[in-house]
Structures are given as C-alpha cells and as structure tokens.
Ligand binder design. Sequence first.
Ligand SMILES: Cc1ncc(COP(=O)(O)O)c(C=O)c1O
Ligand SMILES: [Zn+2]
Length: 388
Amino acid sequence: MTHLECALCAQHFEAGQIHNLCPCGGPLLVRYDLPRIRSEWTRDQLATAPNSMWRYAPVLPAPADSIVSLGEGMTPLIRTPRLAERLRAGPLWVKDEGLNPTGSFKARGLSCAVSMAVELGIRELAIPSAGNAASAMAAYAAAAGLTSHIFMPRDVPQSNYVECKAFGANVTLVDGLISDCAKLVAAGCQEHGWFDVSTLKEPYRIEGKKTMGYELAEQLYWQLPDAIFYPTGGGVGIIGMWKAFAEMEALGWIGSRRPKMIAVQAAGCQPVVRAFEQGAARSTFWDNAHTVAAGLRVPKPLGDFLILDAVRASGGTAIAVSDDELLDAGLQLASKEGMFVAPEGAACIAALEKLLASGFLTPRDRVVIYNTGSGLKYLEAYSARFPR
Ligand SMILES: Cc1ncc(COP(=O)(O)O)c(C=O)c1O
Ligand SMILES: [Zn+2]
C-alpha cells in the first residue's frame, strides 16, 4: 500500500494512519505500487498461496502479523446447468458466498477491516448494518479480542441478532433503517471515541470485498465472464470488483475486456436503478424502503456514484425485481441445483430471467451470479412459503 486516495477529489492520504472519509465527503480508496508488485508477484505463485482471500495478500492492506482470518474467501464457483436450461441461458455459474464464515460475503470486508483495526491499534468498533455485516464484524472483533457496537434495524433477520449476541457484541436494535442506524453510530463515535466501520466510511472493507473479483478471474482461468449479476445494497461488492479488475489489468493478469456489471435491487428499494434510468450521477433517498432481501434495504448508498460509474462503463445495467419474484427464483435454484441461497442472491436469478427475456443478454453470454449469503440466514423470509 502506498497511500489512500479520495474517490471524489483525488486528494492523497498517508498509509498507516487512522482515516474515515475525506474532508470533502468522498470515500478513500487504497492504492498500491502495482508496477513493483507486478515485478515481484505472478499468477503462478497462487498455487502455493493460502486457501483464503489472503492468498491475494500483496494487494491487500494488512501486514501478515495483523491478519484476523476465519478462513474467508475461496468460495466455490458452481456451474448450474439445470437452472441454465430452465432459464434458456448459456453457461451459468453461481459464486456461492454463503459458504463464508457467518454465512455471507461480508466476512471478506470485515476480515480486512478488523485486521487493519488491529494494525492501527483501534480497540472499539461500531457499525450500522442491514444484518450480515453486523454478524461478520461481531465475529472478527471476537476473534481479535476487540469490542464491537452493533446498530441494526429491529426487524433484522433473527440469525443476525442471535449471531451478534453470541459473539459478545453490544447490540442496539433500532426502530428504523440502516440510514437511521448510521446516524446513531456517528453520534456514538463522537461521544465515545469508537471507530466507525460504516460501508465506505471505513477504507478497508472494500479491499476485502474486491477479492471476489480476483477469485472469479482465478477460478475461470483468467477469462472473465460476459456478465456479472450482483445484488446491490451499499454497492461495495460491485465497486470492489471493478477496482480488482483494474488492478489485475495493471498487474498484467487480465486484458482490458470487462464483464457487463449488472446491479440488482429489490422493487421496494431501488435507488440505484432509478438513478441509472434517469441518467443521474448520484441516487436520491428511497422512501419507505421495504424488502425481504434485508441486505438490499439501503435507501441511499454512499458510493452510489462509483456503482453507477462501474455499471455504465461496463455496458451493464441496473434492474429491480419484486420480493415474490426473488423468492420464486430462490426456490427454483434450490430445487434445480441443491443450493439454498439468500434472497439477495436469488434476486439475481430473477433479474437474469428478465434480461434474457428482454434480449439484453443471450444464450451466448457466459454469466456469473453472486449469491452473497446463505439461505439458512433467512428462515423467516422463506418460511412464508412453507408454513408448518
Ligand atoms: C446477503 C447480502 N447481499 C448483498 C448485500 C449488499 O451488499 P453491498 O453493500 O456490497 O451492495 C448485503 C448487505 O447487507 C447482504 O447482506
Ligand atoms: Zn475528497
């Protein structure tokens, strides 16, 4: 790591210091000496690297002795031919992030953020969360012996609440959405000196999440797919993968071709889809956000301009699906392929169906869907279909 750079005004900040946002309000992105890394690190060296996301350590910020790992990353990329046939899709894979510690891709970001907290001597962490980020932070904080303060909506899935309590976190249930939780975290950080680990206000979660892009390239033998479907709440998965692709090109690992990045949202909370359709650079607050896909209930993502940039630059699109459509799609995947996925991941399957029907994608396209979490974390949502 050489420095951090503001994604809005390009101001530089020193590595090795504690940072949140740039004074201009922009999120900070980590920069590396990629030419030097390129001369010292080749793809072939991955053969003997750890079987976790830390196999990409040269492009991650934490030094080896600060790493807090529970085995996150290197999730399977599963070919789903029976589902593809049903949807009349071409080659289709699901990257199953539900197999991460705490059952979601949030483990990647929080492993990296908590590792950097250890590195920088931070002791108390606070996070507003739609649910899964809270579980992951509570787990990694426990593993590192740090204190965590969790603020999440009162109607968060029961799994997230019980996990956070089990990990020994201080949990506050809030009558409101993640945006209301964020205000309480900001106030608590002011008052008690906690460190704010909010999406993109903390610079290192995105570095963990970007490893989803490195892994996909490695698992597809460095040939990226034609389209990537990603369930978009805060959008850090998309922003992180987009960053990873640029870094891999600078390392000489991939060429300049990029997959179409497809941001999938829920009909009851689709600020990114609305901004995309209006041709706007930023989103506006989505009122009365509601969906069973709890991770997609983000009414105004902080990094909206970065999501929209990536989607547009890739020739992708943004699309919303209803709760009924996403639950149907999740059950279709479960019954066709034996994978029980989070409603957020299921939303991507419903979205694929729509984009095949509209002709935006064809059976010639190689498609990867990110299932960001395990269906087991969402028993309330799926139980609506299977009352006992
Ligand atoms: C299962 C799941 N999928 C997707 C998301 C959205 O993630 P991102 O912030 O990367 O858009 C979340 C966020 O809470 C989540 O828990
Ligand atoms: Zn700035």
